[in-house]
Write a protein that binds this ligand. Structure first.
Ligand code: ZN
Ligand code: ZN
Length: 619
C-alpha cells in the first residue's frame, strides 16, 4: 500500500534520482518477466489466452495438446485475436464492396427427382387434409409419419429449408397467449409508411457501370455515415453545453432502437432505388456518446436520394406509455405467488399485464407511439473508387473501433465527460430494452412473460450497462449478399492463401475451424466443414483442462508458440521473397491477404491461423 501523495509533497521531476539499489522501489522498477512474455506474445500475434485442445490420433492412440487461439473479438480480452478478427472483417468489406458480379448467382434448377418428391409431398398433404376433415385420426397419424419420411428424403435429396411448417399434434401447446393474440392485432399498431416513391425491388445487387469519354469503364462505390438527431448543443469534447436542457431520455430511447431504424433505412432505400442495395458497416459511439453508423455501399446512389430516404425514415415504438415512473428499484412492486403476478407493494393490486397494456393502445383511436426514432440531418456520403488508397483508408476507418468495447471508444477523462456519461447511463437504466424487460415493472406494467425471477428496474439486458452506451446488439452490420461469404469462409480463404505460399497442407487447421465453429468441442467425430478438401477423419478432439498434467503452465505454452511464430514468420517472409522473384501464381489469391494494414505492414503478422500449431507441427 502506498500512502496517497500530497500534491505539495510531490518530488520535482529533476530530483527523481535513481532509487537506491536493492530498495523496494528499485525492484518495482524492473519489468516483470511474465508481463514481457505477454507483450512479446502480442507483438508476435500469439493468442494470450489459448484454449488447450487434446488431439487423439485414432490410428495410433497418441495424444497431443494443441493450443487453439481464443478467437476473442475485443482487444481487452486478447489483442492478437481481436486484430485477426478485424483483419477478417476488413477482408470481408474489401471483397464485397466493389464487386461487379452477383455474389450469389442463385440456386441451380431443381432436378426431376426433387420435383417428384415435392409432388408426392403435395399428395400427402391433400390426403391428410381429407382424413382430418373426416376425423380419421389413425389415418392422420399414418400420414404424418409418411410426411416425416418424405421430408427427410427431400432434405437428403439436397433441397434447402422446409417445404412447409410441421403439422402440430393435438397435444402440442398452441403457443403462448400473448404472442398468439398479438399476431392477430399487429396490423393496428402498424408502422406508417414513409412518404417515398416505391418501386419493385430487382434482385440485382451490383451497381451501375459508367463509361468515360475514352471508352474506359468504371464502377464507383459509396461510403455513408448516418447519425441520430440532436439532443441539445454540445461542446467539442462531446459534453452538452447545458446538461439540464440536454434530452437524455430521448438519447437513451434512440440508442436502444437505433438498429431498427437502420433496418428501416435499408428497406426504404431498396424500395426507393428499385434494386437490392448491399452494405457493410459498423455502429459506434460518437464523442457525444450517441451511436452513429458508417457503411460501405456497393454501387452508387445519388446523394440527394440518400438524404431524402434518411429524412423520411423513422421507426415507431408501440409500447405502453412511460410518462410516469410509479416505482423505483428501492421501492419496487412485489411478486405475488398466489396471483402469479407482480402486485403493488401496498394495495396488493396486480399490475397491468403486457397484453392488457397493448390492448389499451389498440382500443384508443388517438394512441400515439411511445417513441419515434429518426435520423439527424447530418448525412455524409461520398463516392469511392475501387482499388484506391482512399478505399483502403475507408475500410480501416470503418473497422477502427471494432476491437474495442463501446464504452472504450471514447474514454471519459474529464469531470464534465464523466458527468455526461453518468446522466446518459441513468436514463438508460430505466429505459425498457425489450417487451420482456424487468424495467417495465417501474412503470406499473408487467412485461411479456413476467416471472418471479425479474428484478424490477435491474434488468440484466446489455443496453442498461454503463459501458454499452445503449448499443446493446451487434455492432457490425453486413447485408446478406455482400460478399456471398460468411466470416468462416473468409477465414478459410486466408488459410488457403498461406498454404499456397508455403506449399503445406495440414488437417489441424481445418479441424480447428470445425471445432471453433461448433464451440462445444464435440470430442467425437469432427467432419471438415469445408467439404471438398476434407480428408478422412483421423483425429478426435476434446477440450483439455488447464490443470491436466499434459497441458502445462500457460507461460510454457506461450513461449513455445512465440518461438514457433518467430520461425514461421521468417519462413513466410522467405517464401514471399521467392514468390516475388519467381513467376508468381499467387496473384489470384493476393486480394484476400491483408494488404497495407497501416499500423503493421509486416508479412507474417497477417493471415496465418495455423490453429496454434507451428510450421513444424504439421504432418
Ligand atoms: Zn486469443
Ligand atoms: Zn431491459
Amino acid at each position: 500500500m502506498t500512502a496517497p501523495t500530497l500534491p505539495s509533497l510531490e518530488p520535482a521531476p529533476t530530483l527523481a534520482a535513481a532509487p537506491r539499489p536493492g530498495s523496494r522501489a528499485a525492484r518495482m522498477a524492473l519489468p516483470r518477466s511474465v508481463d514481457v512474455l505477454k507483450q512479446i506474445a502480442i507483438e508476435y500475434g500469439v493468442c494470450v489466452r489459448p484454449l488447450a485442445m487434446r488431439r487423439t490420433d485414432l490410428d495410433t492412440g497418441l495424444t497431443e495438446v494443441i493450443d487453439l487461439p481464443c478467437g476473442a473479438t475485443r482487444e481487452d480480452k486478447c489483442p492478437p485475436c481481436a486484430k485477426k478478427n478485424r483483419r477478417l472483417r476488413q477482408a470481408q468489406i474489401r471483397e464485397g464492396w466493389h464487386r461487379d458480379d452477383e455474389p450469389l448467382p442463385g440456386p441451380q434448377p431443381a432436378t426431376e427427382a426433387q420435383k417428384s418428391l415435392i409432388l408426392f409431398r403435395a399428395h400427402l398433404e391433400f390426403s391428410r387434409d381429407e382424413a382430418s376433415r373426416a376425423c380419421q385420426w389413425d389415418q392422420v397419424e399414418d400420414l404424418d409419419e409418411a410426411i416425416r419420411e418424405v421430408e427427410e428424403a427431400i432434405a437428403a435429396e439436397g433441397l434447402r429449408g422446409r417445404v412447409g411448417p410441421p403439422h402440430t399434434g393435438t397435444d402440442d401447446d398452441q403457443g403462448d397467449d400473448d404472442t398468439g393474440r398479438r399476431r392477430k392485432r399487429s396490423t393496428k399498431r402498424r408502422q406508417d409508411a414513409p412518404d417515398l416513391p416505391r418501386r419493385k425491388v430487382e434482385a440485382r445487387t451490383v451497381g451501375r457501370t459508367y463509361t468515360a469519354p475514352d471508352g474506359s469503364t468504371y464502377r464507383p462505390s459509396m461510403w455513408l455515415t448516418l447519425t441520430l438527431d440532436s439532443y441539445g448543443p454540445v461542446r467539442p469534447d462531446g459534453t452538452p453545453v447545458n446538461p439540464d436542457r440536454y434530452d437524455y431520455r430521448r438519447a437513451a430511447w434512440d440508442a436502444v432502437h437505433f438498429p431498427r431504424l437502420l433496418d428501416r433505412f435499408w428497406q426504404n432505400l431498396r424500395r426507393c432505388e428499385g434494386w437490392n442495395v448491399q452494405y457493410a458497416g459498423c455502429v459506434e459511439p460518437q464523442r457525444r456518446l450517441a451511436p452513429h453508423a458508417h457503411f460501405a455501399i456497393r454501387g452508387t446512389i445519388a446523394r440527394d436520394t440518400l438524404r431524402t430516404v434518411a429524412a423520411a425514415t423513422y421507426h415507431q415504438v408501440w409500447w405502453p406509455p412511460v410518462d410516469v415512473q410509479r416505482y423505483t428499484a428501492d421501492r419496487p412492486p412485489i411478486w405475488d405467488e398466489q396471483a402469479a403476478a407482480w402486485v403493488d407493494p401496498d394495495t396488493r393490486h396486480p399490475l397491468t399485464t403486457w397484453t392488457d397494456a397493448l390492448d389499451a393502445i389498440d382500443d384508443n383511436p388517438d394512441a400515439e407511439p411511445v417513441h419515434v426514432v429518426r435520423f439527424g440531418t447530418q448525412v455524409d456520403a461520398r463516392g469511392v473508387m475501387p482499388g484506391t488508397e482512399d478505399a483502403e483508408r475507408t475500410i480501416r476507418y470503418v473497422t477502427k473501433y471494432i476491437t474495442k468495447h463501446t464504452g472504450d471508444c471514447h474514454k471519459a477523462t474529464t469531470d464534465r465527460q464523466r458527468a455526461h456519461l453518468d446522466r446518459l447511463w441513468r436514463a438508460l437504466r430505466v429505459t425498457p430494452c425489450t417487451d420482456r424487460c424487468a424495467n417495465w415493472l417501474l412503470y406499473g406494467v408487467q412485461p411479456r412473460k413476467a416471472t418471479a425471477k425479474l428484478k424490477p428496474g435491474r434488468c440484466k439486458g446489455k443496453v442498461h450497462q454503463r459501458d454499452t452506451l445503449g448499443i446493446g446488439g451487434r455492432r457490425i452490420l453486413i447485408s446478406r449478399d455482400w460478399s456471398g461469404k460468411t466470416l468462416a469462409d473468409h477465414k478459410h480463404d486466408v488459410r488457403a492463401w498461406v498454404r499456397a505460399l508455403l506449399g503445406v497442407t495440414t488437417d489441424s487447421a481445418t479441424a480447428a475451424s470445425t471445432i471453433s465453429s461448433s464451440a462445444a468441442g464435440d470430442p467425437g467425430q469432427l467432419v471438415d466443414d469445408q467439404g471438398a478438401t476434407a480428408e478422412r477423419v483421423r483425429h478426435a478432439w476434446e477440450l483439455a483442462r488447464p490443470d491436466d498434467a499434459d497441458v502445462g503452465p500457460l507461460s510454457y505454452r506461450l513461449m513455445r508458440s512465440i518461438s514457433e511464430r518467430a520461425r514461421w514468420r521468417t519462413e513466410l517472409l522467405a517464401a514471399k521473397d521467392r514468390a516475388e522473384q519467381g513467376p508468381a501464381d499467387l496473384s489470384a489469391t493476393q486480394h484476400i491477404a491483408p494488404q497495407h494494414d497501416g499500423e503493421e505492414d509486416q508479412v507474417g503478422r497477417g493471415p496465418y491461423d495455423r490453429a496454434g500449431s507451428g510450421p513444424d507441427q504439421h504432418e
